[in-house]
Design a protein around this ligand. Sequence first.
Ligand code: HEM
Length: 344
Amino acid sequence: MADMHYHDYLQLDKILNSQFPESEKQNLSAHDEMLFIIIHQTYELWFKQLHHEVDAVAAIMRKPALNDNSPELQTVVHRLNRCVTILRVLVHQIDIMETMTPMDFLDFRDMLRPASGFQSWQFKQLEAKLGLKFDNRHGKEYYTAQLRKEHVDVIKNAEGTSSLLDLVNNWLERMPLAPPLSDDPNSFWQIYRDSYQGSLADAEKGNITELEEIFFDIKPQTSNPDKSGQALKQFSATASRAALFIMLYRGYPLLQQPFQLLNCLLEIDEQLSSWRYRHMNMVHRMIGTRIGTGGSSGKDYLKAAADKHYIFREIAQLNSFLIERRKLPALPKEMEKRLGFVHG
Ligand code: HEM
């Protein structure tokens, strides 16, 4: 068997021969089109890697009995952390794109129409796999309007499969560590509720209704429109209680990995959002208020999508319901023992 060679292993023949600037074909000078192509290709490669990681994480989370005290949870956290690191690089890559000036872009911009990053099905599939539901998308039908049928199918298929957000919800629901809900005024969650109520400023008194709705599943008497404008609630009350419990008692050994997992999801949302804002500002700088090559309103479209497309906002929202550490209800000895390294 012939020795493996770097060039063949990496299929460099294909990769390095996949850049065909339109300007060259038309014999026009547009030096920066090569950069534009390579940056987009690099993004798509990293998107592919992100899919690889998210698929692997989902495969573990999909198991009916993920042991919180097992190496599997550590693997989930490790891979999600890798996703975060890749996303950070993706945010920074915009620095390179911004070395292209608006005039440099104008040299070839019209040759691209109607192609646009808007047609990046890998990006939209990733959003769907993470948990962005169709109903929560800005522009609804419009977001797939410019995709090929086979790519729309890929995204719809991801939307129809349990997303990472769904799987995290199920995992939290199964988590046996959080105290159960009870009407007993001396039970954990009732004490917590009272403590939280005591911590609210006058202007925040309404938060108690939200707490009861999110964590106790008690519907408010008068309908209170969701402040975030997000119609679809994706975390059940049981899952929300488990997540809050993890946030509150994360110092216990058994809750450290679950806390890291939730934290990674918040970090993914934050990095995705940073990317959207940096991309939007770059677009503004590059084309001002003109429409995009994909035909959207350009910056305005991107701003609306950036504001709406937070995927793990329900986890971020939990932080509104924390109370001071020193006021946390003490856990029964038996429970403390269960949350430690050694089980009695
Ligand atoms: C000169 C640089 C760029 C400009 C002027 C630009 C412009 C735009 C505009 C105006 C849109 C809105 C859709 C449209 O009407 O076309 C858009 C969407 C998008 N662009 Fe870019 N873009 C640039 C670079 C990039 C790069 C490097 C990527 C990396 C993959 C990218 C990925 C995307 C994605 C994923 C969307 C869809 C966002 C969403 O629907 O939420 N763009 N871009």
